[in-house]
Ligand binder design. Structure first.
Ligand code: SF4
Length: 364
């Protein structure tokens, strides 16, 4: 049986960033303790129920680092008891604020990958994003992590943020490269309804869609120049440093998600915990239909630079990619948006910018 991925959602942040619509809240030590206890018991329940091994464990948020190394290690140990975690990739997201986490303890306990939300290497952009760290905090945090034995470090960047220019974006990329990042996630800022940024959108001097696209393609080009291959719409890695956990999502493989707002896909069923602490504490899980269909596999696979191939499709569904999808995709050959032949379809960076409509055309 294939190994699953395990995702733990830690829904706490010191302060809400004005553009963010992830599920998170402020909390104190007492709340961290209660939440850690609940996460550990939920992990043990799923371990007994699923009887599956996991080879990736990902702590996302929110700000998982806020829990502190001791609680994170307790959760890690519960996951190890329940899912084995042999040769697992174990990632924790940390904000590069003034050092408030013991990286050495984390590394010693079994964490082997760090994801740092640096977002920009320009202090004025960080201030406009409402971030609590400065770029020198980020550099100090990375140095501390490396000194504690973390070499697999992923850094997050944002594209098309207020006041960002191509030059400042280039500086941010160079910061990541010179600080030894092995993986970079670069997301275009999306203005989500219900966030403070949404209400302020007219005063933020944001670039229009064409300029956003231009900045994104510029980032792809600069990252490639520095040896980072784009392997997904927003993800770039040095060879061998692709995120094994996130690849499970895009390969339409199984995972268990624990915590409010976390989604799961196990035994052909999708389900999730609503964005509510109460629902999480009382164990309510909401079904979300069947998963793993051919369309879903194609939709997710086309987010990857490798796209979909007959070999991969056959291993999953026992036949080649349906002829009509190949025919639909081939119509776009020559546009620079994708490449399709008789046995594969893959989108280009330019194609990723319009991936939703391209995928809809392919699946029509
Ligand atoms: S961007 Fe990260 S740190 Fe900021 S509110 Fe969202 S989850 Fe918290």
């Amino acid at each position: 049986m294939n190994k699953i991925g395990a995702y733990i959602h830690i829904p706490f942040c010191k302060k809400k960033c004005p553009y963010c619509d992830f599920y998170s809240a402020a909390a104190d030590d007492k709340a961290f303790g209660k939440y850690t206890d609940a996460i550990c018991s939920r992990i043990y329940e799923y371990g007994r129920q699923l009887k599956r091994e996991a080879d990736t464990l990902y702590f996302g948020g929110g700000t998982p680092g806020l829990l502190g190394a001791e609680r994170l290690c307790r959760i890690y140990n519960s996951a190890k008891d329940s899912f084995g975690l042999d040769n697992a990739e174990v990632t924790v997201e940390v904000n590069p604020e003034k050092k408030d986490i013991d990286f050495y303890k984390l590394r010693k306990c079994g964490f082997n990958r760090l994801s740092l939300g640096i977002q920009s290497a320009n202090d004025n952009e960080l201030a406009l994003l409402g971030r609590l760290h400065s770029i020198s905090d980020a550099a100090a945090c990375i140095a501390e992590a490396k000194a504690s034995g973390f070499e697999n470090i992923s850094l997050d960047l944002m594209i098309a943020t207020p006041s960002q220019t191509k030059e400042s974006l280039k500086r941010s990329i160079e910061f990541c490269v010179s600080n030894g990042a092995k993986h970079i996630s670069a997301y275009i800022l999306k203005i989500e309804q219900g966030t403070p940024y949404y209400n302020m959108r007219d005063s933020l001097s944001l670039v229009d869609e064409d300029e956003q696209a231009d900045m994104y393609l510029y980032a792809c080009e600069q990252l490639e120049k520095n040896g980072f291959s784009q392997y997904e719409i927003s993800n770039f890695a040095l060879p061998g440093y692709e995120s094994r956990h996130n690849l499970k999502y895009w390969h339409d493989e199984e995972y268990i998600g624990i915590g409010p707002s976390a989604h799961s896909f196990i035994d052909g069923k999708r389900f999730y915990c609503e964005r509510s602490f109460d629902k999480f504490y009382d164990g309510t899980v909401t079904p979300d239909g069947e998963g793993g269909s051919s369309e879903e596999y194609i939709m997710l696979g086309l987010r990857l630079s490798d796209g979909i191939t007959n070999a991969g499709y056959r291993a999953r569904f026992g036949s080649s990619i349906p002829e009509r999808y190949i025919t639909n995709a081939k119509k776009f050959n020559g546009t620079g948006l994708l490449y399709a032949d008789d046995s594969s379809i893959r989108l280009t960076s330019r194609g990723f910018l319009v991936s939703n409509s391209l995928i809809a055309e392919i699946l029509s």
